[in-house]
Design a protein around this ligand. Structure first.
Ligand code: F6R
Length: 607
């Protein structure tokens, strides 16, 4: 949430900051701002409500600058106004921030800052505090160190001192920040997407370290003033991966990337047809010895966990609990050293998921995380990591990351079947072969359904409500289908266990209410069909998804999608494509920007 970028070096900073902001815009897009050191060492500040393009229009194009910082905001404290946009300038300090300062009110009172602010943000208080100590010590490091000691909460700050031209100072706690010193100058940003036009080499800024960016180098010191060398990493994807490459939206591009990233995630982890994680240093003992599994995540990642639970319980008969991270972190969870905690996160930075991970470790559990972003905080703090190889996911609504999170959960299931001797090697090979051939079923859906889905999307686009129903595994996928629909089309969409509707919710079914019904599980097929008939009898417009070749009478549904799967366990993969596309084309029919849905942002680094 919130994207930040800083640059100092020989190139023109205005263009670099604006380009970086447009690349980070998926992290927040209600307003944007920048501050540039001008050639006469003054600070030029501009901030505007709206997207980065609005800021760009309002920027003075004649400004020459070689050092600047920029911010794209997702509002937390204070409404969406020009004044609340970052950077904030107080005295000698110009600062921008990603995170939340929890004790800003106390600081305001204690230091007498009340009534002196020009915005309603928590951030301006940080600028006031750093400025206060800068006036006292005339030393940027001391001012930052003193302030950081007092500030509670999460933060990634980029700071310019108005009388220290050409330098950017930075420090973070929890909120992410990466940096790179290159021949073209020094860069700092919320994530690597903003750095890849200039470099593939970068480092993750460690928490509570102060960085100084100059045009030729980045120096880093810890809170005691000791010099620290950064641990360099390489970006593993190409610059094109973060471009639309001819697609109208990132979301559609990412939907179409799914077969490729699925294969990249699964194939290297199969040894003789059996899932194998030895190359990633995952010991079999954690999979073999645990007595229960706790999955923790948020949103789409949590819904991937729901599918994981169904499949692990079905194949291994061990108890699996799935928890929403924001609840789990304040619970007293029933986990111990015999529990394997699986944490799932695309960004690896979601603050609630991170807090849940930390809590799990204090309970003695081993934490295995499924993460997309290399070197992210969740990846670094977990005992073990299995990376998904989705590449950068830019669209706010997650699609390809969900698909590969599922793939990894299926691989874990396969490995557990193997180490716990729950199936013969032959059976496990068949399981993994079905998993791998899901690449083809995903591709098949992409190749064949788009026009049909589009027609359906146009039919339902102006409905106020929609329901997604299914039983068992189908219910687990329908949760994600409903989330996708509501977050980008703004249709109120609810997922229901098909048999549960009649206990209340069926009251909402009336003429033409769309019901997306999933019936891909043989053992409950007839029961689900009966539930579909119940909504059909009340006028619902039914979009039915079943396995290929299943015969259903015409009066059960209005439109029928068939997914080509041999084994029910694997129907999630092609079904997910139908649900993602249905959401995408519904938002498209309404003319919405599905890459930047209202009120949302990628990478939720606030509680
Ligand atoms: C929805 C979506 C979110 C994320 C959730 C967790 O499309 O993307 O629900 O899944 O915010 O994010 P990560 O996976 O980064 O922890």
């Amino acid at each position: 949430m919130c994207g930040i970028i800083g640059y100092t070096g020989p190139l023109q900073a205005r263009g670099i900051v604006l380009l970086g902001l447009s690349q980070l815009e998926y992290r927040g897009y209600d307003s944007a701002g920048l501050a540039l050191f001008t050639e006469d060492n003054k600070i030029y500040l501009q901030k505007k409500v709206g997207q980065v393009s609005e800021l760009e229009k309002n920027c003075d194009k004649s400004i020459k600058s070689h050092c600047g910082i920029g911010h794209t905001r997702w509002a937390t404290h204070g409404g969406v106004t020009d004044a609340n946009a970052h950077p904030h300038m107080v005295g000698s300090v110009t600062l921008l921030h990603n995170g939340i300062i929890e004790n800003y009110h106390t600081i305001q009172k204690q230091y007498g800052f009340e009534g002196l602010t020009t915005s309603e943000t928590d951030t301006e208080v940080a600028a006031q505090l750093i400025n206060y100590y800068y006036q006292e010590y005339q030393d940027p490091y001391l001012a930052i160190r003193k302030s950081i000691d007092i500030i509670e909460g999460s933060f990634a700050f980029c700071i310019m001192f108005n009388d220290i031209p050409g330098k950017i100072f930075a420090v973070r706690n929890v909120s992410p920040m990466v940096a790179s010193a290159t021949e073209q100058g020094s860069f700092i940003a919320s994530d690597v997407t903003a750095l890849i036009p200039y470099t593939r080499s970068y480092f993750v800024v460690p928490e509570y370290h102060i960085l100084t960016l100059t045009d030729t180098a980045i120096e880093m010191e810890d809170m005691k003033g000791n010099r620290v060398e950064p641990e360099l990493m390489e970006v593993s994807w190409d610059v094109e991966a973060a471009q639309k490459n001819g697609y109208p939206h990132f979301m559609l591009k990412e939907i179409y990337e799914q077969p490729e990233v699925f294969q990249k995630t699964v194939l290297p982890r199969l040894l003789g047809g059996i899932p194998d994680f030895s190359a990633e240093g995952i010991p079999d003992s954690i999979l073999e010895e645990c007595k229960q599994i706790q999955i923790v995540a948020c949103g789409t990642a949590m819904y991937a966990g729901m599918v994981g639970r169904a499949i692990i319980e079905q194949k291994l008969r061990i108890p699996v609990t799935v928890s929403v991270a924001s609840e789990f972190r304040y619970d007293t969870p029933l986990i111990d050293e015999h529990t394997l905690v699986i944490v799932i996160s695309q960004s690896g930075e979601t603050i609630d998921t991170l807090a849940a991970l930390r809590l799990a470790k204090t309970c003695g559990a081993k934490v295995l995380s499924i993460v997309n972003v290399k070197g992210s905080t969740i990846a670094r703090e977990s005992d073990y990591v299995l990376y998904t190889h989705a590449g950068p996911e830019i669209a706010v609504a997650s699609t390809k990351a969900y698909m590969v999170q599922l793939a990894v959960l299926y691989l874990i299931t396969g490995r557990m079947m193997y180490v716990r001797k729950k199936a013969s090697d032959e059976e496990i090979r068949e399981f993994t072969s079905n998993l791998l051939s899901s690449t083809d079923t995903i591709q098949h859906m992409l190749d064949t359904i788009s026009q049909k889905v589009r027609t359906q999307a146009e039919k339902i686009a102006f409905s106020t409500d929609a329901f997604f129903i299914g039983r068992g595994l189908d219910y687990a996928f329908s949760l994600e289908g409903a989330l996708k629909m509501k977050e980008i089309s703004y249709i109120h969409a609810e997922a229901y266990a098909a048999g549960e509707l009649k206990h209340g919710t069926i009251a909402l079914i009336e003429e033409n209410v769309p019901v997306v019904a999933l019936a891909t599980q043989d053992h409950v097929f007839n029961k689900t069909i009966s539930n579909i008939r119940e909504v059909k009898a009340r006028g619902a417009y039914v979009i039915l998804i079943t396995k290929e070749g299943v015969s259903v009478s015409d009066d059960v549904c209005d439109i029928h999608f068939e997914v080509p799967v041999k084994d029910d366990c694997f129907s999630v993969f092609p079904c997910a494509v139908v649900l993602q596309m249905l959401a995408y084309y519904t938002a498209y029919a309404k003319g919405y920007d599905m890459d930047k849905p209202r009120n949302l942002a990628k990478s939720v680094t606030v509680e």
